[in-house]
Design a protein around this ligand. Sequence first.
Ligand code: UD1
Ligand code: CA
Length: 477
Amino acid sequence: MIMEKTQFLHSRQTDQPLDILILAAGLGTRMKSARAKVLHKIGGQPLITHVGRTARSLSPRKIYVIVGHQAAEVESAVTEELGGLAEFVIQAQQRGTGDAVRSARRYLENSDSIVVVLSGDVPLLKAETLRSFIDEHAQSGAACSILSVRLENPAGYGRVVRDGNDQFARIVEHKDASEGERQIKEINSGIYCFTSNKLFAALARVKPANEQGEYYLTDVPEILLADGEKINVYLHHDPREVYGVNTRAELAEFENLLRRNTVRKLMIDSGVTFIDPSHAYISAEAEIGRDCVIYPDVSIEGRTSVGESCEIRSGTRISNSTIGDNVTVKDHCVIVDSTIESNCSVGPFAHLRMNARMAEKSVVGNFVEMKKSRLGRGSKSMHLTYLGDATIGERTNIGAGTITCNYDGKNKHETIIEDDVKIGSDTMLVAPVRIGKGSVTAAGSVVTEDVPPDSLVAGVPAVVKKRLFERNDEKKG
Ligand code: UD1
Ligand code: CA
């Protein structure tokens, strides 16, 4: 809320709308991949999604994404995050960063906006950095601002060349730089603010007269300077924010960095214990409550939420799931798109998927799979069981080796097991089937027909052997 207010003030201050342009058309040859670079993931999300999210937090009017390689896939990744805020512009041939920006000319040339240019492969840039960069640009009255950093090893980057008065002179690409220029440690991050109409007027004059035969966006500031415009360089202190991903090795480093930040935040801000923080794989979107203890080699993916005082043991993966308070997840469980309420215990070696739901104080033990099923309050399924399309009541016990035979080869069918039932070991429940409240199935039963309440069934197929007790209302009737 507070952030939004600041942004509102910001746009009021400048009286100029903000448009963001993300360059994402390149393949990224050095990834050695058939996939476009911006689709490679860190923290379980494509690089372009990280950039898109940062862009959105600045409340721009529109976010233009320049796409080329695997345009359809890039578009769907971006749309998933940004919806209608994103507008896609195809750059059919990748003829350089200048050409990429120019492909958005028809949208932006007469927009009278501040155009912020970002790269789709720079995922760790912070929104607050961008915000102060844009603020300074707006206040400086410059036609163009360049975000620069100083690098100990600037090889490969464009260098910011300054004149005798320490003022901006031009950007020179590494490949085009002289030996002397290559000694410069201040580099162009590839992040810029432009006044829209001046940007496109200058772009029309960029020529591919360089080592790579490309249209360089980096020629624009020099052209504007020659026209007498002001160019502002914003030297940022933290180079790690503007590193781009170029190789798989860098992708792994970024993954590590992101992961370390997430785990650290959970320890410091949320009071979560990690037995070994260097072996914890937690998505940046996950929430974990205080006094949880996370053992090594646990993966928590997507929008998972874990309550307080839970213990999650080694080798477990939890994805897009909700877990209550005081839950124990023993070793090597897979829990996907599922819900576990408070005071439950799961595993070891359990598999919950497709909206499996465990109500309070229920227990699932080893080698139990739950799919689209609900286990009621206080119920237990301890060993070697498949529960598919099943609804199980309260205080019910599912014996070892029980299977809900939910699939007849064509369709899936439901099993309903009511409260206070005891399913004997190795029972086959041939769905659709209902087991009435208080009933018992003997070991090895194959249940093909509904079982009335309070009955014992046995055999293949199972038949009622006796009524266990009569209810008061039945006696009266
Ligand atoms: C660019 C800058 C360099 C800067 C560096 C920072 C230029 C000429 N150079 O170099 O000064 O130090 O970024 O990382 O701009 N792209 C397109 N279409 C194209 C070409 C590129 O969309 O035709 C996209 C790429 O997919 C990528 C971004 O633009 O997301 C940057 O392109 P890249 O080729 O990586 O530029 P660099 O050589 O790194
Ligand atoms: Ca790059």
